[in-house]
Design a protein. Structure first.
Length: 350
C-alpha cells in the first residue's frame, strides 16, 4: 500500500468519523431538522414564485414564505394539539370520576347480542365476557391515562419544545433561501452516476410532497368530518375523537373506521338505531369516500407506490419514528423501489 492509498483511506475514515459525530450532535433535534427539510421542500415552489415578483430580495422572500408556513401549517397544528390535550384530560377525568363506565357500556352491548352469537364466541374460547368487560374498562382507562401523562410530559418539556421549534424555523429560513446551494453540494458529494442521482433525488422530493400534501389533506378532512358528525350526534370529546380519526387516517385502507365503526356498532346494539345508522352512512359514504377518492389522486398518482407498500411502510415508519414516520416510511419505501429499479436497469443494459 503506497502513501497515496493510505492517505485516501485515512481521509475516508476521518470523513466517516466526523459525519457520525455530527449526526450524533443533531440527533436530539432530528425531528426539527427533518420537518424543516420537509417544509422547505413543500414551500420552495412558493418561495421561487415570490422571487419572480421581488427579484434579488432572497431574505424578504424567505421570510414571507416562513410567515405563510406559520399561518397555514404550524399555528393550526398548535391549536389542534392544545385542544386535543384539553379534551384528553377532560375525558380522563370523566373516567376517573366514574361518569364514563366503559365496562357498563360493554355489558349493555353484549346483552343485546343474540344468544347464539354469545354461545358461539364462548365456544370458540375467545374470552369470558366478564373478563373482557374488565379488560376493556382497564384498557380504556390506561389509554386515556397515557394521553394525560403524555400531555403532562409535553408541559414539562416546554423549554425543549420551544428550542426545537426555534431550530426548525431558523433552519427552514436558510433552507428556503440557500436550499439550491445545499442541494447542489449534496448532489456533488454523493458518489453515484449522475443519472442515478437525478432519478433518486426526483423520487425523494416527489414522494415527500405527495405524502405530506396528500396524507395530511386526507387526514385533516377525515378528522374534521368525523369530529363534526360526533358533535352532531352528541358524542363527548368530538375534537379528541376527530383528532384520533385524523391520525388513524394516515394509515391507508384502515383509517378512521377504527373509531367511528365501533361507536356505530355500540349505538345499534344499545337501541340507538338512528344514531348508529347516521354514523354508518356518514362514515361509509362521506368519510370513506374522502379516502377512496382523494388519496389516490393526491398520493398514489405521484408516488406510484402500491397501496400495500404504502400501508406497510407507513405502519413501520410510525412504529420506529413516531408521527414523523408517516413521511419517512413511504420515502424509504420509494427510494428502495427506485434503487432496485435502477439496479435492474443497469444489469439489463450490460
Amino acid at each position: 500500500m503506497n502513501s497515496t492509498e493510505l492517505q485516501h483511506k485515512a481521509f475516508l475514515l476521518l470523513l466517516v468519523a466526523v459525519s457520525v459525530a455530527f449526526g450524533t450532535i443533531l440527533l436530539p433535534f432530528y425531528g426539527a431538522v427533518f420537518w424543516a427539510c420537509v417544509l422547505a421542500i413543500m414551500f420552495t415552489p412558493f418561495y421561487r414564485r415570490l422571487l419572480v415578483l421581488i427579484p434579488k430580495r432572497e431574505n424578504l422572500a424567505a421570510f414571507a414564505t416562513l410567515l405563510l408556513c406559520l399561518v397555514i401549517v404550524i399555528l393550526p397544528a398548535t391549536f389542534i394539539t392544545t385542544s386535543l390535550l384539553h379534551e384528553g384530560h377532560a375525558f380522563y377525568q370523566k373516567i376517573s370520576s366514574g361518569e364514563l363506565k366503559f365496562g357498563t357500556y360493554f355489558h349493555q352491548a353484549i346483552s343485546m347480542l343474540p344468544p347464539w352469537i354469545v354461545n358461539l364466541l364462548d365456544g370458540a374460547g375467545l374470552a369470558k365476557f366478564s373478563e373482557a368487560k374488565d379488560t376493556l374498562s382497564n384498557g380504556a382507562a390506561q389509554e386515556t391515562q397515557l394521553i394525560a401523562v403524555e400531555g403532562l410530559k409535553i408541559g414539562q418539556n416546554t423549554f425543549e419544545f420551544i428550542v426545537s421549534f426555534g431550530v426548525m424555523l431558523y433552519l427552514l429560513f436558510f433552507l428556503l433561501r440557500d436550499g439550491n446551494i445545499v442541494f447542489e453540494k449534496i448532489r456533488l458529494a454523493i458518489p453515484l452516476h449522475p443519472e442515478h442521482k437525478r432519478h433518486l433525488f426526483s423520487k425523494f422530493t416527489t414522494v415527500v410532497r405527495a405524502t405530506v400534501k396528500g396524507n395530511i389533506a386526507v387526514a385533516a378532512l377525515q378528522g374534521a368530518l368525523g369530529g363534526v358528525i360526533f358533535a352532531f350526534l352528541g358524542i363527548p370529546g368530538a375534537v379528541l375523537w376527530g383528532t384520533v380519526m385524523a391520525f388513524l387516517s394516515l394509515l391507508p385502507a384502515i383509517g378512521a373506521g377504527l373509531v367511528w365503526g365501533p361507536v356505530a356498532i355500540y349505538f345499534l346494539l344499545t337501541g340507538a338505531i338512528f344514531e348508529g345508522t347516521v354514523l354508518i352512512v356518514f362514515g361509509i359514504f362521506v368519510i370513506g369516500l374522502v379516502d377512496n377518492i382523494l388519496r389516490p389522486i393526491l398520493v398514489g398518482a405521484d408516488t406510484q407506490i402500491p397501496d400495500y407498500m404504502v400501508l406497510i411502510s407507513t405502519l413501520g415508519g410510525m412504529v420506529l419514528f413516531g408521527l414523523t414516520g408517516f413521511v419517512i416510511g413511504p420515502v424509504i419505501a420509494a427510494l428502495f423501489m427506485a434503487a432496485w429499479d435502477l439496479f435492474s436497469s443497469s444489469r439489463q443494459a450490460q
